[in-house]
Design a protein around this ligand. Structure first.
Ligand code: AMP
Ligand code: ZN
Length: 113
């Protein structure tokens, strides 16, 4: 999608620190990290929010979660990590290309604000 910042990262039109990539998924460092490890996991398909998911997207969403475990292990997060997604305004979603935040490297408080 033309005006989507994450699509621009997928298309390498703007830079990002990519830590993992396969046919369906891209993982890169959040530009404003809130934890020692703070990554964003995105599908290469532009999907704005969870409300826009279709049955045919189940594989892609599974791929994101597989990537989460794989990358977390590679980053040495065996002690734990958090996978979280903000959906729409009440959750503070800023970028309307569905994504998970993968955060770890310190004890994480619960519940989040
Ligand atoms: P949210 O939509 O609230 O889940 O958050 C979007 C996240 O994207 C924020 O944590 C931002 O710091 C991050 N972000 C925005 N632009 C970029 C970028 N160009 N590269 C990396 N992370 C970004
Ligand atoms: Zn997009």
């Amino acid at each position: 999608m033309q005006d989507c910042i994450f699509c621009k990262i997928i298309n390498k039109e703007i830079p990002a620190e990519i830590v993992y990539e396969n046919d369906s998924v891209l993982v890169f460092k959040d530009i404003r990290p809130a934890a020692p490890v703070h990554l964003l996991l995105i599908p290469k398909k532009h999907i704005p929010t969870f409300f826009d998911l279709e049955e045919k997207d189940s594989g892609i969403m599974g791929d994101l979660q597989l990537a989460a475990g794989r990358v977390a292990r590679e980053m040495g997060l065996e002690k734990g990590f958090r996978l979280i997604s903000n959906c729409n305004q009440d959750a503070g979603q800023l970028v309307f290309h569905i994504h998970y935040h993968l955060m770890g490297g310190r004890p994480l408080h619960w519940p989040p604000g």
